[in-house]
Write a protein that binds this ligand. Structure first.
Ligand code: 5GP
Ligand code: ZN
Length: 152
């Protein structure tokens, strides 16, 4: 849909800092992040709300969000947790009518910083932030080595 900003990001005709992409979904940094690393995962096929989304694609979207949350723990963002949130419909405060899963990294004791981020919504070094997430994703693909170098 040419009048949908997330479709334009998927198509590469609107700018965004992408952190992951496959045949059916795309993940990019939120332009007004609540916290550094705040990422949106969107299906490549336009679906405004959950009732238009193929459930298998919805499951794939969540799997990608799950993996991004783990990557945020592993990489330089050093998250301790994450909020995974999907606002379905205007009644639920959805503002962009193309389904998206928010993945927002959290740290222990970040309540004040999170509240401030919620109010200010300022971007944080998108290039460095994206690199921290893609490094975390790459780390998930590497085997864990114990102190003797044995893979687990
Ligand atoms: P919602 O309230 O619909 O769940 O969240 C929409 C999110 O999309 C917001 O967090 C907002 O900052 C983000 N957003 C809106 N327009 C753009 C855009 O053009 N590019 C990016 N990267 N994010 C956007
Ligand atoms: Zn769209």
């Amino acid at each position: 849909m040419s009048d949908c900003v997330f479709c334009r990001i998927v198509a590469g005709t609107a700018p965004a800092t992408k952190v992951h992409e496959d045949d059916t979904l795309c993940a990019f940094l939120d332009i007004r992040p609540i916290a550094r690393g705040h990422t949106l995962v969107v299906p490549k096929t336009h679906a405004a709300e959950l009732d238009e989304l193929d459930p298998e694609l919805g499951a794939h979207l969540f799997r990608a969000g799950h993996r991004l949350a783990l990557a945020m723990r592993r990489g330089a963002l050093a998250a301790d947790g994450a909020n995974l949130v999907l606002n379905d419909g205007r009644a639920a405060f959805q503002t962009v009518p193309h389904i998206h899963l928010h993945v927002i990294p959290r740290k222990h004791g970040d309540r004040l910083a999170f509240a401030k981020g919620f109010l200010l919504r300022r971007p944080h070094d998108p290039v460095g932030t994206a690199a921290a997430i893609t490094e975390g994703l790459a780390a998930l693909d590497r085997p864990n080595l114990d102190s003797e170098g044995t893979a687990s």
